[in-house]
Design a binder for this molecule. Sequence first.
Ligand code: SF4
Ligand code: SF4
Length: 436
Amino acid sequence: MEGYSTAALRQLDHCNKCGFCLPACPTFLETGLEMASPRGRLAIAEEVMAGRMPLSDYVAEHMYLCLDCRACEVACPSGVEFDRVLADTRFLLNRAGIPPAGNPRMQRLLLGTVARPRRLRLLKGAVRAYQALGLRALARRPAVRRLLPARLRNLEAMLPDQAEQVRALRPPARKTAPGTGPGTVTVAFFPGCVQAALFEGTNARTVRVLEHFGARVVPAAGFGCCGALHGHAGDREQAKALARQNIEAFERSGAEYLVNNAGGCGTFLKEYPRLFEDEPDWLPRAEAFAARVRDASELLLELPGPPRWQDGETAAGTKPRIVVTYQDSCHLRNVQRVWQEPRRILRRLPGVEYVELPGADQCCGSAGIYNVTHPEMSQAILDRKMASVKGVDPDVIVVANPGCQMQMLLGVERHGLGGKVRVMHLIDLVAETLGL
Ligand code: SF4
Ligand code: SF4
């Protein structure tokens, strides 16, 4: 079928149908169905590519049940880049006007919101007003909760505490001076869309932590949504428009690195070259941009840091006060291959006992907007995750992506752990532990 890229077609040649990817796939583990596995989805795509199967609701159902977690890519011994096939098939479905399976109206609404700063500001204001007026407390009363539709109850549970986010905006009395002098790393900070609206305090802390660790964060304007949600939903043109905007904003900043604190966004930023493979004008700019993108955890291990940070002895002699576990962001781990860095940081924090979460490398069911468009599958995956969390019995679940953070907040509420287990971004825990 016309429309598949050469790179996507190549993946099918690489796949020898061995099935090693099946046990890594969350939707296969939930259903046990071949068609809900990477190999099954590749088989459907192969039929579509060969023109033996038309693009249809059936194809959309299977392509959108996929979380795009990319665990199959890590498990595959043949190096099949599953995402290339998935992205092209979703793009062709979108172009053919076949709506995404799940909840297309909700998907349209969410995609229309994240790319528009005005709507994001309205969202932030509405969530803050809702919580400040005490409506959250009201909605969480058992008698009221029972009356709320499940979808609304879940959305409510996912919202981060805005009072905490506003508190985090304020720098501590003893403010750290940004790094200066020759050799100082200059960075621009990528604020994201949902991250900037609902986790504004975490973003402010990321800048403070970077400066405390010795970087100089330069002012940069003009960044928008990374485009990941649009790209994953097959809207390639909108994803490209956002990518061009972000590339230009970074070029204007003059910084050495572009740092972000959201695993999903950072992955899409690093993969911008894929969007421009057939645009010679933009490809070199996208490649130069992607080479400068860093997750905050990557850079924190490269910067000078506080005393004894680089030799890993920051926590030496301190008594653990809290038990902390970590849930990987799928894209941060499976695509950026950043999974040791957050753990190394956690092990260096004073007062923290780090305990590995069994199955931390498996998706939590968030997957961008999947938890809203496919709530049943998402919650089944989340419930499996929470059983693992209960086994660890942590004080804090640490995450590195806003989607994971909201999903784990839902998990904590669903499993009666509210008030006992905190869900925190890695950077928030670093800032809190170091008094930043
Ligand atoms: S994608 Fe990789 S692991 Fe899965 S069936 Fe194909 S070759 Fe095997
Ligand atoms: S991306 Fe994730 S959900 Fe999709 S096929 Fe691969 S392992 Fe399964």
